[in-house]
Design a protein around this ligand. Structure first.
Ligand code: AMP
Ligand code: MG
Length: 423
């Protein structure tokens, strides 16, 4: 460990607290400890949306499979087009998408052609119907100004036979499913989805439906976690609420690690008397505990429980969401795809001054909106305490204020991360 904020992967953000990590250093250390999933399975195309591709998709065919017309009109040889005035072409047949014209088109001849129909032999050009005049039933007048080769889609211009269309590690999009179908794939090989077990810890927590006694609170973290995990497209195992009891916690840790690739808990990672998460992770697995120079969400326990990856998130509801999005989500992405996560960010103009101390990363909840000139403005959503969960629901983005930032003035450009893009 060094005292410098840059360079080393385990760098300190605050020289007065040598065990405090920067956000970037914590992310790096997490990725270094995760081994991406390598188990594959075959899925029918319709079930494969959002799944992570585990094979090279090599095109067995050209798409389009044949050179065809991009317009309804008339096909002819481009060399026959008039250089000036006009020329009348003899109409000798019709080509439709499902019924090609199977003879050849000679000099001075043309063929009525519909969009998608294969180009008949002897033709390489289509003139749009709207730009022609039918002189009589068998004579089509074409004026100058047309170009040889126009309005034709070439065989293989979208996908060439033998080319690699999609690569392993890619999450399949609706467009990808269409492409796979256009190549004739009925099934694809994909990676198994990560299994994530999660539970809340705390004697004060009650499940919804139970009455609250004095000092008790409803367990909300399990619901925000459930939602975030569901969006991250993982298999979920909800292990409920576990009290601040070492034996019960040990049992829950074992059960979770047995069943899942990743275990996520909330609460019990601070330095209070009932904070057992670190001790138990140490007993049952390998623990790394960090104070991360960030707000909210300073304490984070990370480690291994057998082959499983463990995240002990803080208990405060906003801190849970911020640490999930900033650390667990990139880890899940790497676990699922084998590729690092690249956050989507935008620039926006701050609508007000934001006070901030240099030395820690702050994830301020903001509400961004598009202005008439197309730029974005972002305003903070009021109270920002780590227990104020409404700040996450009223906001639509994080305003990212890195360690070296020492405050924002109204009109300054800031980087924002839209919540919509977090999945
Ligand atoms: P802890 O880190 O366990 O001391 O928890 C910090 C704060 O978060 C306390 O006020 C807890 O009551 C609260 N908290 C912990 N877990 C939850 C939860 N699952 N749902 C709502 N609040 C929680
Ligand atoms: Mg607690």
């Amino acid at each position: 460990m060094t005292d410098q904020a840059s360079g080393s992967s385990v760098s300190c953000a605050d020289p007065e607290a040598p065990s405090t990590l920067t956000v970037a250093a914590a992310r790096e250390a997490i990725l270094a400890n995760i081994t991406p999933i390598e188990t594959n399975l075959r899925l029918p195309l319709r079930d494969a949306l959002n799944a992570v591709l585990a094979q090279d998709i090599v095109s067995p065919i050209d798409v389009p499979g044949h050179t065809n017309s991009a317009m309804d009109g008339y096909a002819m040889a481009g060399s026959d087009l008039p250089q000036q005035a006009y020329r009348d072409f003899n109409l000798i047949g019709t080509a439709v998408a499902g019924a090609p014209f199977d003879q050849s088109c000679g000099e001075g001849e043309c063929i009525r052609i519909m969009t998608g129909a294969p180009m008949p032999a002897g033709t390489d050009t289509v003139v749009m119907q709207e730009q022609t005049t039918l002189v009589n039933e068998s004579l089509v007048r074409i004026s100058q100004g047309q170009h040889p080769g126009q309005n034709v889609r070439l065989a293989g211009e979208d996908i060439a036979q033998g080319s690699v269309v999609l690569k392993p590690g890619r999450r399949l999009t609706p467009a990808d499913l269409g492409i796979l179908a256009s190549l004739g794939f009925a099934e694809v090989t994909i990676r198994r989805r990560p299994r994530v077990a999660f539970f809340s810890t705390g004697d004060e927590l009650r499940s919804i439906g139970e009455p609250l006694a004095a000092g008790e609170v409803y367990d909300s973290n399990r619901y925000s976690l459930h939602g975030m995990l569901q969006k991250a497209d993982v298999e979920l195992l909800d292990l409920g609420v576990v009290g601040d009891d070492p034996d019960a916690l040990r049992q829950a840790f074992d059960r979770a690690a047995e069943a899942a690739d990743m275990v996520v808990t909330s609460g019990g990672v601070s330095v209070g008397e009932a904070d057992y998460t670190k001790t138990i992770l140490q007993q049952l697995g390998d623990m790394q505990f960090w104070k991360i120079a960030m707000k909210p969400g300073r304490p984070l326990a990370f480690g291994k429980l057998g082959d499983s990856n463990f995240f002990g998130l803080p208990g405060n509801p906003v801190a849970v969401m911020v640490t999930f999005y900033q650390f667990v989500l990139p880890a899940l992405h790497y676990l699922a795809t084998g590729t690092p996560y690249t956050p989507f960010t935008l620039q926006a103009l701050s609508g007000q001054n934001i006070r901030k101390k240099a030395g820690r990363y702050e994830f301020v909840r903001g509400l961004m909106q598009r202005l008439e000139d197309g730029s974005y403005q972002v305003d903070t959503v009021g109270r920002q305490g780590s227990g104020i969960l409404t700040s996450m629901s009223r906001g639509n983005c994080f305003i990212l204020l890195p360690e070296d930032c020492d405050g924002i003035e109204c009109g300054d450009t800031v980087i924002v991360q839209p919540f919509e893009t977090l999945a």
